[in-house]
Structures are given as C-alpha cells and as structure tokens.
Design a protein around this ligand. Structure first.
Ligand code: AMP
Ligand code: GLY
Length: 425
C-alpha cells in the first residue's frame, strides 16, 4: 500500500521510520518532510496547512492511508476533507481536534464529564481575569485558549506576572487570536506523565507510558518548550495510576466526546499531573506528542500500520500492541535561543558518526539540506533516541550519540531520564 505522512518534525520522522518497517507498505511519502524523512520516504513539497494541495496529491497518487502528525491540519479539518473524498486518514476530525485547539473547550468538557483537572475559569475581559487571580492567589497558571506550540502557558509566581500575562494575551500582543480567550487555573504540584491511547471512538488501547521534559533547562528550570526530551516507560505511571488514567481520564473523555457528537478517532494524548495517588489532567492533544512519539515508536514491537488502519476504519477491536521490554529515551538538541528567537543555518557536524552507534536513531526535526550539508532550520533540531536494557543504559547510549553531534550554540538538557532513574532507586 501507499502511505502519506503529513508533517516535518521529529515526530513525523519517527512515524516515517516506523511505517517504513512495515511489510504492508510499498511506497511512502512525507509532506513536506525533512532531510531525515528523505532517507526513508519521498518528500513532497506541500505545506501541512495546504489541505487542497495534500488532497490533490493523495488522489493523484492513490494514497491508501494518510497519517497526520501535527495539530494544525487536524484543527483545519484535513480528516473531514479526506474522508469526504473517500480517502482513509489517521487523525482526529475537526470537531474532535478542538479538544486540543481550544483549552476552554477541553476544560468545560472535563468539568461536564468529571474528568479530574485543576479548578479554572475562562475569561475574555482583563478585569474579570484579575479578580479571579486575586481570589485564587499565586502561583497560578495562565493559558492562551488556542494553539501556541506548547508555549502558551505561563506559570506566574507573582501577582504582577499573572496580571501581565493575562493583559498581554487578551490584548492580542502575545499569541494573537489564540490568546483572545484565556484559561486561568489552579497550580498543581506533582510529577507529569504523557498518557497516549488509540481510540476508534469507543474502544481504547493505551500506548506505553512516557514522560516529557517541558522546561528548557536542567532541573525543569526556565520557560516551557514543545518538549526537550522524553522517555518510556515512565515509572511514575504505576499500575494503579495507569488504571485510574484509563478509567477517569481516557474513558470518560472518549465517552464524553461521543456524547457531545464529537466522536474521537485517532490518538488521544492526555498530559497528566500525578501526585501520590491523585491523577489530574493538564491538557489534551489530538495527536502524538513530540518528542514522546520518538521513544514510544522505538519501543513498539508491533507493526504500526495495521493499528493506524484500524483506527482510521473506526474499528480497533482486533488490535493488540506489543512493546519491547527495554527502555527508550529521546534527547532533543535545540538551537541557541529556543524557545525564544533562535539561530538558524548552522552546519551540523557529527551526524554520520552518531548514526553508526547501535540502538540509536537520530530523528531530524528542524533541519534542512544546504550545499551538501545538513543545517539547523528550527528551534528543536534533532531528537537523539536510544534503546537500552535499563533507563540508565538508554540514557548513556543517547548521550554518547549526542556528544558526537555539534553546531555553534547547540543546547540540550543533560538530565533527560533522571527522574526515572531516581524513582527506580
Ligand atoms: P499544557 O499545554 O496545558 O499542558 O501546559 C504546559 C505545561 O505547563 C504542562 O506540561 C505543565 O508543565 C505546566 N502546567 C500546565 N497547567 C498546569 C497546572 N495547572 N499546574 C501546574 N503546572 C501546569
Ligand atoms: N511534548 C508535548 C507535546 O507534544 O505537546
């Protein structure tokens, strides 16, 4: 069969890498892809938000399955459009992708269907927002309602910071129209985990557990990013936590979405805050996490393609997924300045040497080819991903590869996976 992957980040390189291993696939395309996907698939120069262009390509090339990576095309309705033309597509429909595209929608849904989450308010007026901040106290969390690439969340430690954040967002200065509404919520403490599951709208099959590292610096310091590294499994997700997340978060959400006439079909990602035996939902994403996708797909033993096909067909009853027992970890190598303005165009050295290491895959994210070199072209540049018998083994392997790669101003965290090692003693 012919498969098209939509997107150009590390997540999409990982999807292409995994899908390319399937005996069911005879031809694989990636739009627009990156130099990493180009090694395994044919890149097609069509932007992820050019839905008509993607549709025309899929029809002309008789694509059997389209797999959508990022949230933007999902929120624009790529799945609805492809399905209207009789094409099979893996990804949430527009009226379901809103669970990520609007944080206010997600919070109201959770409230209605008793999905545990932080207390909150939704505001469009600065004065009311400030009154809420004053009655809740600090620290407090301010979130732009719309899509902001993981950067629309401010954890305010002072009243001034909180007031500044709501004023900036509501005036449209920060995040444009995505900030025209804000969600303000109670600060939750605990340890985070990323809980992902495939669903056909009623049945739910969880993926292995994973943990992201949102903050830009070691020790979870500095501003939040799209994610600086991830690993799987996440020991914080014990059997009890897993069962609770399945029942109180995943099942209630999938059933709630169906009851709202927004049947959720695809991969549902819940960001969880775990504190003792309490599990609360921070957010939902309508897609695979990036970088969580990289270590998760490296750990997946089963062929991914039949799973994606079953979800796209709306019946996952026959699906079973096997996982490697080993641990995997992904270290994101980023450009200087990320998540703010960052450098671009620096030549990346050491990629070939890193690629020779066993059980290591260097997934490309923000890279491009230029004059025979691979150069940086995005904030998150590479996702160096490794498998090991233990988390520590995977960590050592990943950083051995990281140490071979360099460019001017490269930045990465040195402590990816440290929480897992600490938990395991
Ligand atoms: P979100 O995009 O809503 O998941 O928020 C991004 C990040 O901000 C999360 O991964 C957490 O690290 C942090 N965060 C979000 N909401 C809260 C909260 N209510 N309490 C504490 N931290 C939060
Ligand atoms: N790594 C977090 C996300 O994909 O939203």
């Amino acid at each position: 069969m012919k498969v098209l992957v939509v997107g150009s980040g590390g997540r999409e390189h990982a999807l292409v890498w995994k899908i390319a291993q399937s005996p069911l696939v005879e031809k694989l395309y990636c739009a627009p892809g990156n130099p990493g996907t180009a090694q395994l698939a044919e890149n097609v120069v069509i932007a992820v938000d050019n839905l008509e262009g993607l549709l025309a390509f899929a029809k002309e090339n008789a694509i059997d399955l389209t797999v959508v990576g990022p949230e933007l095309p999902l929120s624009l309705g790529i799945t609805d459009l492809f399905e209207e033309h009789g094409l099979k597509v893996f990804g949430a429909r527009k009226n379901a992708a809103i669970i990520e595209a609007s944080k206010a929608f997600a919070k109201d849904l959770m409230h209605k269907y008793q999905v545990p989450t932080a207390a909150y308010g939704v505001f469009t007026e600065v004065k009311e927002a400030i009154d809420f901040i004053d009655s809740t106290g600090i620290p407090i969390v301010i979130k732009a309602d719309g899509l902001a690439a993981g950067k629309g969340v401010i954890i305010a430690q002072t009243r001034e910071e909180a007031v500044e954040a709501v004023t900036d967002m509501l005036s449209g200065n920060a995040f444009g129209s995505a900030g025209a509404r804000v969600v303000i919520e109670e600060f939750l403490k605990g340890e985070e985990a990323s809980f992902l599951a495939f669903t056909d709208g009623s049945r739910i099959i969880p993926l292995a557990s994973a943990q992201d590292h949102k903050a830009v610096f070691d020790g979870d310091k500095g501003p939040n990013t799209g994610g600086m590294g991830a690993y799987s499994p996440a020991p914080v997700v014990t059997k009890e936590i897993h069962d609770k997340a399945m029942e109180e978060v995943m099942r209630r959400t999938v059933e709630g979405m169906a009851a709202e006439g927004r049947t959720y079909r695809g991969v549902l990602y819940a960001g969880l805050m775990i504190d003792g035996d309490s599990v609360k939902t921070l957010e939902f994403n309508a897609r695979f996490g990036d970088p969580e996708c990289q270590p998760l797909l490296m750990r997946m033993k089963s062929d991914l393609v039949p799973v994606l096909l079953a979800v796209a067909s709306g019946d996952i009853s026959g699906v079973e997924i096997e996982w490697h027992d080993q641990a995997t970890i992904c270290v994101v190598m980023a450009a200087e300045g990320y998540p703010g303005d960052y450098r671009k165009g620096d030549v990346i050295a050491g990629l070939e040497e890193a690629a020779t290491l066993e059980e290591v895959v260097v997934f490309h994210a923000g890279t491009r080819s230029a004059d025979g070199n691979i150069v940086t072209s995005g904030g998150r540049v590479l996702g160096v991903t490794a498998m090991g018998e233990t988390v520590q083994g995977a960590i050592d392997r990943a950083y051995r590869a990281v140490d071979k790669i360099s460019w001017p101003g490269v930045h990465y965290r040195r402590d990816i996976g440290a929480k897992a090692v600490k938990r395991q003693g």
